[in-house]
Write a protein that binds this ligand. Sequence first.
Ligand code: WAQ
Ligand code: MG
Length: 250
Amino acid sequence: MDEIYSVRMRAAEGGPHEKGGFHISGGETLVLKQSLEEAARQLLKKAISHSRGEADYIQLVVEKIEVKKLVRLTPLSVSTDVVQSVEEGRQQAVIHLRSLGVSESAIRNGLELLLSSTNLRGAAVLSASTGQRLDLYKDRGIRATRMGWDEDRFIQWSAQHPGLGTPRIAEAIALATKVAHAPFMVAELCWSDDPEYITGYIASRKTGYVRITQLKEKGSLCGGRIFYVMDQVDLASLQTYLEEIPVWIG
Ligand code: WAQ
Ligand code: MG
């Protein structure tokens, strides 16, 4: 295989995140060398034309990946729950999470966390049984990085999934596929922190990637990701997997 690079971006307004800046946007991908410039351009574009505000701090990091360390995963299967209201959407999310064994208090804590977070740039890790937050990163959360689609496979996949071939959905499926394969992962719950985007999802290896067409009110800045894990999880290994193991989706 050709040379592969990880490209990641984070953008904030009012200075860098770690100096109190407001999170605008982030993004990450893995690409072949031939697509590196284009990927960096796309991420920069995402940072400077964003509905959450005007970034004045943008960090773009490019790193070469060791191809022999690549893990190949097939994308989670996709389904869509079409709902008529945010209440119905959240109820659907509850039903799916319950079926995966996430406890009532963990479900409630996850929903409350996403509802009250307007400045979370990664994911909060929650115990699927107690609902307790396990990571200590507050607003930073844990960011899954180093995952990306095989470009040819994505073109094929988009043709088979009409209407789902957008960059936002592509990124979310790559992320959810990597996350779902983490050891001791039970489920992921997500909706965007972008005010205009109200479709979210729950994902797991069992259910696949289940889109829910309304999980928040239009105009709201709340959103984020919850990774529900079993209590046997070793947080340090989970973090290493999520941040460092390169995953090629195809
Ligand atoms: N790792 C962990 N958490 C992340 C990451 C990451 N790489 N990227 C984003 N997050 C968290 C962070 O808290 C963001 O604020 C939040 O997720 C939302 O990110 O129609 O657009 O990029 O199928 O705004 C899902 C539905 C869209 C797509 C999700 O998220 C569909 C979306 P956003
Ligand atoms: Mg966002």
